[in-house]
Design a protein around this ligand. Structure first.
Ligand code: ZN
Length: 314
């Protein structure tokens, strides 16, 4: 029987789990709620119990499972130590060690969830077939993950892949969540795109379809109107594309990946957005035609469980 592996993606409201063949085929996925009370002490117990019951139900022996990988929403040290994980209430613990003990010594590995999702996209998603990818997640914030030689590059201080906080705009006055000013996240995240649109509307009286959404305008509204040809919405998307392209160019000249994989809610705008980002990316990398391309992520919210499962296959 082909060996199995398990992927666990721990989020603030639910834990996603996936059972995979080691060849990458997803056999089943399910969720358990994240019990955050009492410092999140029950989260791993719930995960372990859920894994045991699913394996039993499917008649799979724990010895046919290579291991379980786990994505954690915060910084994870190379030995699995987590100093603090605000979203879960975790402090000074080693979840990978604890989960392993709960599962009869099963191999458990863990990593930061954004990095783990990048590994998932490399394995079975938009980066399949490549070994060196940079994932860019355009969601509420801008996250990232760097994979080189099929391995997560977390950095010496957990900062590798924090590409949302690369500074790109000197004129910015407002502060970013990280404390910085002018981060690409302030422009190209879903919240950033909506803010750019509000700023542009406030700065002129020119007609735009975007005005019908008022201050509640979302990134999706902006991108939809841009696709329909609204001039001001297009201007907003050009600004977003320009700064994203600038950031990707800088990363390309630092990491030189084979492909940038763009995911997150904003990436649902699809090839329309990619084409605009690519135009500026090329503008900022005249140094060579031979460089990483830009593509779309494919796994959506499942990237985390795929990447987590892939972690135990090295
Ligand atoms: Zn920032």
């Amino acid at each position: 029987m082909e060996k199995k592996c398990i992927g666990i993606d721990i989020g603030g409201t639910s834990v996603k789990l996936g059972l995979f063949k080691i060849s990458g085929e997803l056999l089943d996925k399910w969720e358990v709620p994240t019990r955050k009370e009492e410092g999140g002490k029950h989260i791993l117990e719930d995960v372990a119990a859920s894994i045991k019951s699913v394996l039993k139900e499917k008649n799979i022996d724990l010895k046919d499972v290579v291991g379980a990988g786990m994505g954690v929403p915060g910084p994870v040290m190379p030995d699995g130590y987590v100093e603090v994980c605000v979203n879960l209430g975790w402090h000074n613990m080693n979840p990978q060690k604890e989960l392993s003990q709960m599962l009869s010594g099963l191999l458990v590995k863990s990593g930061n969830d954004a990095n783990v999702a990048a590994l998932g996209e490399m394995w079975q998603g938009g980066g399949k077939g490549y070994t060196d990818i940079v994932m860019v997640t355009l969601g509420t914030g801008v996250g990232g993950g760097v994979i080189i030689n099929e391995k997560i590059i977390a950095g010496r201080h957990g900062l590798a892949g924090e590409i949302g906080h690369i500074h790109v705009r000197d004129e910015e006055k407002e502060h970013c969540n990280c404390g910085g000013v002018g981060c690409v996240e302030q422009i190209a995240s879903a919240t950033g795109i909506a803010r750019e649109a509000r700023r542009k509307m406030a700065a002129s009286d020119v007609f735009t379809e975007m005005r019908k959404y008022g201050d509640g305008i979302t990134a999706k509204d902006v991108l939809d109107e841009a696709k329909s040809g609204d001039c001001m919405a297009l201007e907003v998307v050009e600004v977003v594309g320009r700064y994203l392209g600038l950031m990707l160019a800088q990363v390309a000249m630092t990491i030189d990946p084979e492909i940038f994989v763009i995911g997150g809610g904003v990436s649902k705008a699809g090839q329309f957005l990619i084409d605009i980002v690519d135009k500026y990316y090329r503008h900022f990398t005249p140094i060579s035609e031979n460089k990483g391309k830009i593509g779309l992520a494919k796994l959506g919210n499942d990237a985390g469980i795929y990447g987590a499962a892939r972690m135990v296959l090295d």
